[in-house]
Design a protein around this ligand. Structure first.
Ligand code: IPE
Ligand code: MG
Length: 236
């Protein structure tokens, strides 16, 4: 089996899982945390260097305020309950996304988890939170534009590498594999620039039911794909 260097996961289907069981949608998000722990554990055991999980999109603000607040509380709860274990497992955590519209308590917890895990050298766990691919590209354009105005950059300096290094994911390799659970077959603004050559695997499982078997299924699908990056198959 080929192990991807970077896997992105859209953890979808929490609401449907809960509603099908006569529960509140929020209970699905709570249950989803257990699947996130399983995923992180798989990434460590299968030696995946980079894992990026989509936990709250910049479009999810359209949901009822109570659900948005619940998801925010869940991030705080996850950091508080799992930080020690993440440190113990040598996991480095980064939070990718817009920070401006987050409440101060959330910004503090984000700074804390990033700071406490900064020197860890094991799994790189990136949590895309208040993240949107288009938002990310627009933010990068603003920063590049400002540098042009300030004379720090010239037009000819604008290369693909410069754009990559201006994104929230600066310094991280592009994802090789994007997994989405929940049955929907779209990328929904996740890693828009970075996933140009990622293999897409859609799993017919609601996120709270995700486990190692599904992880292996995604890796098997990935391993069977032929990646050419715009080139042609080399015959030896
Ligand atoms: C994914 O589950 C979690 C987030 C987007 C925060 P959903 O909440 O989208 O679950 P469904 O798609 O409604 O079932
Ligand atoms: Mg959904």
């Amino acid at each position: 089996m080929t192990i991807p260097t970077h896997i992105g996961v859209t953890m979808d289907g929490n609401g449907r899982w809960a509603l099908a069981r006569g529960k509140q949608r929020t209970e699905g998000h709570l249950e989803g945390i257990k699947s996130l722990r399983k995923l992180v554990d798989c990434a460590i055991r299968y030696k995946v260097p980079y894992l990026t999980v989509f936990s709250f999109s910049s479009e999810n603000w359209r949901r009822p305020k109570s659900e948005v607040e619940f998801i925010f509380k869940l991030l705080k709860k996850f950091v508080n309950s799992d930080l020690d274990k993440l440190i113990e497992n040598n996991v480095r955590v980064r939070i990718l996304g817009g920070r401006d519209d987050l409440e101060p308590a959330l910004k503090t917890i984000i700074a804390k988890v990033e700071e406490k895990t900064r020197s860890n050298t094991g799994l790189n766990l990136n949590v895309a939170f208040n993240y949107g691919g288009r938002l990310e590209i627009a933010t990068a354009m603003k920063n590049i534009g400002q540098d042009l105005l300030d004379g720090k950059l010239k037009i000819c300096d604008i290369t693909e590498d410069l754009v990559s290094s201006s994104l929230f994911t600066a310094g991280l390799p592009d994802p090789d594999l994007l997994i989405r659970t929940g049955g929907e077959q779209r990328t929904s603004n996740f890693l828009v620039w970075q996933a140009a050559y990622a293999e897409l695997v859609f799993l017919d499982v609601l996120w709270p039911q995700f486990d190692e078997n599904w992880f292996v299924e995604a890796l098997e699908k990935f391993s069977s794909r032929q990646r050419r990056f715009g080139g042609i198959e080399t015959v030896t």
